[in-house]
Write a protein that binds this ligand. Structure first.
Ligand SMILES: NC(=O)c1ccc[n+]([C@@H]2O[C@H](COP(=O)([O-])OP(=O)(O)OC[C@H]3O[C@@H](n4cnc5c(N)ncnc54)[C@H](O)[C@@H]3O)[C@@H](O)[C@H]2O)c1
Ligand SMILES: [Zn+2]
Length: 376
C-alpha cells in the first residue's frame, strides 16, 4: 500500500512495529490496518469529543471502507478525563458493543487519547492490539511512540498503566491543521528536546522552520515529525523499559515536572519543559559540563516558538524545590538531571542522568526567578 521511505521501525520485545509518516495517510487508514494487522476482525475507534468529529469519524469510515467493521467511542476531551473512571466507561462501552478477543482498538487523538485507549487495549480481555493514530504534534513526536499507556490518579499523573506496544502507528501530518496554534507549540517543545539531546542538525532545521511549524505547514510538519519519530524510535528501541538510555528523553523534565507541579498544573507540560530545558542547560553550563551558549541557543528557539524561557513571576525557587523533593528527585541532597555536552550531544560521563548538588539547582532557579521579577 505504501512505498518505502515512509516507515520507521521501532524495535520492541513484543515485536517491532512500523510508524508510518506521510501526508494523506488518514484516508488510507483502513487499507493500512487491513494490510498490517490482518487478524483483527473488528475495530473500536476511540477519540475525545473534540477530535471525534474532526478525525475520528473519518478514521472509522476509512476502516469500514476497507471492509473492517468499526465503531466510534468517545470521551470528554482533556487531561482531567485521563482517569480510571474514563477507562472503566470506555471498557464497559466496548464490552456492551460485543467487541471480542478478535477485536482491536484504534486511538485517534492527542496524547490523552493514546494513553487512555492504549491502556483500555492493554487490559481488555488481557490485551488486544492497538493502533495509534496521533493527531496532536505532541502525540506525533512523542506519546504515540514507545508503548507507554496509562491514566492519572489523584496521587499523581501516569501512576497507573502498562507497557503496551502498538501494532502500527499511522501519522498524517495534515491532521495538525485543525490543532490550535498554541497546542502545536506545546508539541514542538518535545521536538526541540530531540534535537537538543541527539541531533544538532535537526535543531538547526527546527530553528529555520519555526514559522512553518507553528502554522502547521504540512511539508515542514512532515519533515520534523519524521525526524523526531526516527530519534525517539532509536532510543526506545534500544531501551524499551527505561533501564538506561531512555532516560535521556527526560532532558528538561526533572525541573520541568517540578515547575508544572509547583504551578498547580496551571503551566502546560510543554511550557514547563521549555523552562526545564533552559534551566537544566544553565545547570550544565554552571558545572562546566556544557558548552557556553547552550542554554541561550535553546532559549532562542523556544522563545521563537512562543514558549516561556524564564519562569512566570510568582513561581519562586522555593516551591519548585519543594515539588522536586516531593517527586523524590532529590536524594541525599542531589538532584538527577540529564546534562548536555553541547546541543545535539548528551553528556554521558557517569551515566545518562547525573546527580547535581541541590544547592546549585536552587541557585539556578533563584537566578531565573530574579530575572522573572526583573522582567515583570
Ligand atoms: N505515553 C507516553 O509516552 C507519553 C509521552 C508524553 C506525553 N504523554 C501524555 O500525553 C498527554 C498530552 O498529550 P496532548 O498534548 O496531545 O493532549 P491532548 O490529547 O489532551 O490534546 C490536546 C488538545 O488538543 C485536541 N486535539 C488533539 N488533536 C487535535 C487536532 N488534530 N485538531 C484539533 N484538536 C485536537 C484535544 O482534543 C485536546 O483538547 C498527557 O496526558 C501526557 O501524560 C504520554
Ligand atoms: Zn514531555
Amino acid at each position: 500500500v505504501l512505498e518505502d521511505g515512509a516507515a520507521v521501525t521501532v524495535a520492541a520485545a513484543a515485536g517491532g512495529y512500523p510508524v508510518l509518516v506521510r501526508r494523506g495517510l488518514m484516508a488510507k487508514l483502513g487499507e493500512l490496518v487491513a494490510d498490517r494487522v490482518g487478524e483483527v476482525r473488528r475495530w473500536a475507534v476511540v477519540s475525545d469529543d473534540v477530535v471525534a468529529p474532526l478525525h475520528g469519524e473519518r478514521a472509522r469510515a476509512s476502516l469500514d471502507g476497507a471492509g473492517l467493521p468499526a465503531s466510534l467511542h468517545t470521551f470528554p476531551a482533556g487531561e482531567a478525563h485521563k482517569t480510571r473512571a474514563t477507562w472503566a466507561a470506555l471498557t464497559d462501552d466496548l464490552l456492551a458493543s460485543g467487541l471480542g478477543r478478535d477485536g482491536g482498538v484504534v486511538a485517534v487523538g492527542g496524547g490523552v487519547t493514546g494513553d487512555l485507549a492504549g491502556f483500555v487495549a492493554a487490559t481488555y480481555m488481557r490485551g488486544i492490539p492497538v493502533v495509534q493514530v496521533p493527531t496532536s504534534v505532541l502525540a506525533m513526536v512523542d506519546s504515540a511512540i514507545g508503548g507507554k499507556t496509562g491514566v492519572d490518579t489523584p496521587a499523581g499523573k501516569n501512576l497507573v498503566g502498562a507497557f503496551h506496544a502498538p501494532r502500527l502507528v499511522v501519522v498524517d501530518p495534515e491532521a495538525v491543521a485543525t490543532l490550535p496554534r498554541r497546542e502545536r507549540a506545546q508539541g514542538w517543545c518535545e521536538a526541540v528536546k530531540h534535537g537538543a539531546i541527539l541531533d544538532d542538525a535537526y535543531l538547526s532545521r527546527l530553528e529555520r522552520d519555526v514559522a512553518a511549524l507553528l502554522d502547521g505547514a504540512a511539508d515542514a510538519v512532515e519533515r520534523a515529525v519524521r525526524r523526531s519519530v526516527e530519534l525517539k524510535a532509536e532510543v526506545v528501541g534500544r531501551d524499551e523499559r527505561e533501564g538506561g538510555l531512555r532516560e535521556i528523553l527526560n532532558f528538561g523534565h526533572t525541573l520541568g515536572h517540578a515547575l508544572e507541579a509547583a504551578s498547580g498544573y496551571a503551566l502546560p507540560h510543554g511550557s514547563a519543559v521549555s523552562l526545564g530545558m533552559v534551566l537544566e542547560a544553565r545547570l550544565g553550563e554552571r558545572l562546566g559540563a556544557s558548552e557556553p551558549g547552550t542554554a541561550e541557543r535553546l532559549a532562542r528557539v523556544l522563545g521563537d516558538l512562543g514558549l516561556p524561557t524564564i519562569p512566570p513571576a510568582g513561581l519562586g525557587a522555593g516551591p519548585v524545590m519543594a515539588a522536586l523533593e516531593r517527586d523524590k528527585k532529590v536524594r541525599e541532597g542531589r538532584v538527577r538531571v540529564v546534562l548536555l555536552e553541547r546541543p545535539g550531544v548528551v553528556s554521558g560521563a557517569g551515566g545518562w542522568a547525573r546527580p547535581v548538588d541541590r544547592a546549585l539547582a536552587l541557585d539556578v532557579l533563584a537566578e531565573a526567578s530574579r530575572e522573572a521579577g526583573f522582567q515583570a
